[in-house]
Design a protein around this ligand. Structure first.
Ligand SMILES: *[C@@H]1O[C@H](CO)[C@@H](O)[C@H](O)[C@H]1NC(C)=O
Ligand SMILES: *[C@@H]1O[C@H](CO)[C@@H](O)[C@H](O)[C@H]1NC(C)=O
Ligand SMILES: *[C@@H]1O[C@H](CO)[C@@H](O)[C@H](O)[C@H]1NC(C)=O
Ligand SMILES: *[C@@H]1O[C@H](CO)[C@@H](O)[C@H](O)[C@H]1NC(C)=O
Ligand SMILES: *[C@@H]1O[C@H](CO)[C@@H](O)[C@H](O)[C@H]1NC(C)=O
Ligand SMILES: *[C@@H]1O[C@H](CO)[C@@H](O)[C@H](O)[C@H]1NC(C)=O
Ligand SMILES: *[C@@H]1O[C@H](CO)[C@@H](O)[C@H](O)[C@H]1NC(C)=O
Ligand SMILES: *[C@@H]1O[C@H](CO)[C@@H](O)[C@H](O)[C@H]1NC(C)=O
Ligand SMILES: *[C@@H]1O[C@H](CO)[C@@H](O)[C@H](O)[C@H]1NC(C)=O
Ligand SMILES: *[C@@H]1O[C@H](CO)[C@@H](O)[C@H](O)[C@H]1NC(C)=O
Ligand SMILES: *[C@@H]1O[C@H](CO)[C@@H](O)[C@H](O)[C@H]1NC(C)=O
Ligand SMILES: *[C@@H]1O[C@H](CO)[C@@H](O)[C@H](O)[C@H]1NC(C)=O
Ligand SMILES: [Cu+2]
Length: 565
């Protein structure tokens, strides 16, 4: 299924013999990060890739396996790699976020990352977690049912990863450097992509457009990853319904829809039945953007579903109807349909006895600019915050500092509630409220704490959806709504029966989302908005989950080759 060189096969065999006593399988792969020339949209540039591939290589595993990836940085920039949605039980060391769990892998160096799978089953992905390298450094991670176990739906005829991406003609480093220096918005991208291709509506792109060839009467499983940098996406296939069966590495109750809404960081597994007249049809994706006046790319990226057989196709593929750009209803109703499968074989374990309640506001902010003419609103500089704190990345990673008791890297005073109460979603909030504080604060949780965390969107500057992602855990999404969270009335409507178990959730514009998880995975775990520009502006924080009392409840020792700062 994946290509390994002879040397790797040897390494693999050696490893297998070393760990023969262990039940789970260990796979070993080599990731070489390198600059690779790429031509797209009639222009050439060098991009960072893994093994010269864009999107990067697909990793295959079975539930509970361990995957070792030897990451060689042959590029000219620091980099880290994150295994998005993998809980890494007791082993935060290889989780990946730069200066949170590790120092970067510097050019010319190597880090062997041990990816510890546990109960994840379905589609996850991996991506760079330093600067904006994840624009081109990403790929799918497919996790299959254990031997003797099956998908909870009929076996599809084929499985196809569908990776949504975003492309800038300029060097992504320049886009990042330029917008952080100016204090404004990043330049909008030049295209969205399906499996690394913008599609045949774009110049110089027809030959390479991704094509899915299907046989009439068969069913296909599409494993979709949203690797887009800055937008939630709508996706649809002309004349074909889709049936959602999974998300974020867990199974969902099947439901039928004629479109998908997927946020950056999220994965959606769905089935497509080739039950339409033999022809060619577009699958297409474009942005959903909820903030009035926001600048974003309005292009539509396409790929083609082509039926096999002898027929005369329509002159061009049939185009699906996608929801309009600002269709918040279509975005939230799709997300609200996600429900855990919650059957006998896939039981769920929704925490009912909450011991810690947290309310985190997620806001866009502005900072004053020394010359009063930065590119943000009224000459200011954009910022973003959680509970009014803009996260400041330390110079050495928080995990190392915590493990080795190094002082003055972070403080432990992340507030449980917003420091100031105001009508979070009111329409004309005072400009004074936009100024955040900037620190490196973490929230410390005792082992076993049962957390309910309510994300409260605010209308500071502008309300917008925020796809929030937590490392080290999947969480149950027990409720959501528009406006301000009401702690008396809203919990009465929680879904505690079959809430979706996910690692990324889009908090609706000027609304709230309640999640629950049991803090039983010790370590340092990052939490952030998966819109890259919001993360860069500081919509990030970290949890420290302390060790439990038992020996199997403690963080394992670091690997010997942890990158050094
Ligand atoms: C960003 O856009 C501006 C205006 O179109 C352009 O002058 C600038 O070169 C762009 N920067 C990058 C890095 O593409
Ligand atoms: C003001 O500072 C910003 C950010 O450093 C810079 O981009 C901009 O060019 C400066 N403007 C003037 C007029 O100096
Ligand atoms: C894509 O969007 C850019 C920027 O908005 C626009 O200039 C370009 O014409 C669009 N291309 C296509 C093929 O839609
Ligand atoms: C597309 O493929 C055709 C046939 O192989 C070739 O003639 C043409 O130059 C290609 N176009 C581009 C833009 O690569
Ligand atoms: C898609 O689903 C809708 C609602 O269930 C149904 O009315 C429609 O006929 C379906 N379309 C196709 C092409 O299967
Ligand atoms: C969406 O935008 C259109 C115009 O572009 C506007 O007429 C409509 O009211 C907007 N809808 C929502 C829900 O904001
Ligand atoms: C919201 O979207 C759902 C699903 O697409 C649709 O059934 C419903 O009619 C929409 N509601 C409104 C108020 O537009
Ligand atoms: C809920 O948790 C509290 C504190 O840990 C504990 O005292 C109580 O017995 C628990 N209740 C249930 C029903 O588990
Ligand atoms: C908060 O603001 C919203 C939007 O302006 C308004 O509908 C709501 O009544 C306000 N709530 C309170 C408690 O003032
Ligand atoms: C945020 O923190 C700043 C700096 O401490 C303070 O001036 C401001 O009032 C706070 N704003 C909110 C909304 O909590
Ligand atoms: C919550 O809802 C109740 C019942 O509608 C209301 O009495 C209360 O004032 C609300 N609380 C807040 C903080 O808005
Ligand atoms: C790369 O990482 C090292 C170690 O943390 C750091 O000292 C250096 O400043 C980083 N380089 C860049 C360009 O960020
Ligand atoms: Cu955000």
């Amino acid at each position: 299924m994946w290509s390994v060189s002879n040397v790797l096969v040897l390494q693999f065999m050696l490893l297998c013999s070393l760990v023969a006593a262990e039940a789970s399988v260990i796979h070993r792969h080599k990731f070489t990060i390198e600059e690779t020339p790429y031509t797209k949209l009639c222009s050439s540039k060098k991009i960072l890739t893994v093994n010269g591939k864009f999107p990067g290589p697909v990793l295959y595993a079975t539930v509970g396996d361990t995957v070792i990836v030897d990451v060689y940085n042959k590029g000219s920039e620091n980099i880290t790699i994150h295994w998005h949605g993998v809980k890494m039980p007791r082993f935060p060391w290889a989780d990946g976020p730069e200066f949170v769990t590790q120092c970067p892998i510097q050019p010319g160096t190597k880090f062997s990352q041990k990816i510890v799978l546990s109960d994840e089953e379905g589609t996850l992905w991996w991506h760079a977690h330093s600067d904006w390298s994840r624009a081109t450094v990403h790929g799918a991670l497919l996790i299959y049912p254990k031997k003797g176990s099956r998908f909870p739906f009929p076996k599809p005829s084929a499985e196809v990863p569908i990776i949504l991406g975003e492309w800038w003609k300029s060097d992504i480093k320049d886009v990042l450097t330029e917008f952080t220096a100016s204090g404004g918005d990043p330049n909008i991208s030049d295209a969205y992509m399906i499996n690394g291709q913008p599609g045949d509506l774009f110049p110089c792109s027809k030959n390479d457009t991704f094509k899915l060839t299907v046989e009439y009467g068969k069913t296909y499983m599409l494993r979709m990853v949203n690797a887009v940098m800055n937008n939630i996406m709508f996706f649809s296939i002309a004349n074909h319904n889709i049936t959602v069966v999974g998300s974020d590495g867990s199974y969902m109750k099947p439901f039928t829809s004629d479109y998908i809404a997927i946020s950056p960081g999220q994965t959606i597994d769905f089935l497509v039945e080739a039950n339409q007249p033999r022809n060619h049809y577009y699958m297409a994706a474009r942005a959903y953007s909820s903030a009035p006046g926001a600048l974003f790319n309005r292009n539509t990226t396409t790929a083609v579903v082509e039926y096999r057989g002898n027929y005369t196709p329509s002159s061009s593929p049939i185009m699906p109807n996608l929801p309009v750009f600002n269709d918040t209803n279509s975005s939230v109703t799709f997300t609200a349909k996600l429900r855990s499968l919650a059957d006998k074989k896939h039981p769920i374990n929704v925490p009912l006895n909450v011991t810690t309640n947290l309310l985190y506001t997620i806001s866009l902010n502005t900072l004053p600019c020394t010359n009063n003419s930065c590119a943000g609103p009224r000459g200011s500089r954009f910022s973003a915050s959680i509970n009014n704190l803009t996260f400041s990345l330390p110079r050495i990673d928080i995990l190392q500092a915590y493990y080795k008791n190094i002082n003055q890297v972070f403080t432990r005073e992340f507030p449980d509630f917003p420091p100031l109460n105001f009508n979070f979603t009111a329409s004309n909030l005072s400009v004074v409220l936009r100024l955040p504080d900037r620190r490196t604060e973490v929230k410390v949780l005792e082992y076993g704490t049962v957390v309910e965390l309510v994300f409260q969107g605010t209308n500071l500057l502008s309300g917008i959806d925020h796809p929030m992602h937590l490392h080290g855990y999947s969480f149950y999404v027990v409720g959501w709504g528009f406006g301000n969270f009401n702690k008396t009335t809203d919990p009465q409507n929680y879904n505690l029966v079959d809430p979706p178990l996910v690692n990324t959730i889009s908090v609706p514009r000027n609304g709230w989302t309640a999640i629950r998880f049991k803090a039983d995975n010790p370590g340092v775990w990052f939490m952030h908005c998966h819109f890259e520009r919001h993360a860069t502006w500081g919509m990030e924080m970290a949890f420290i989950v302390k060790n439990g009392k038992r020996s199997n409840q403690k963080v394992l020792p670091p690997p010997p080759d942890m990158p050094k700062c």
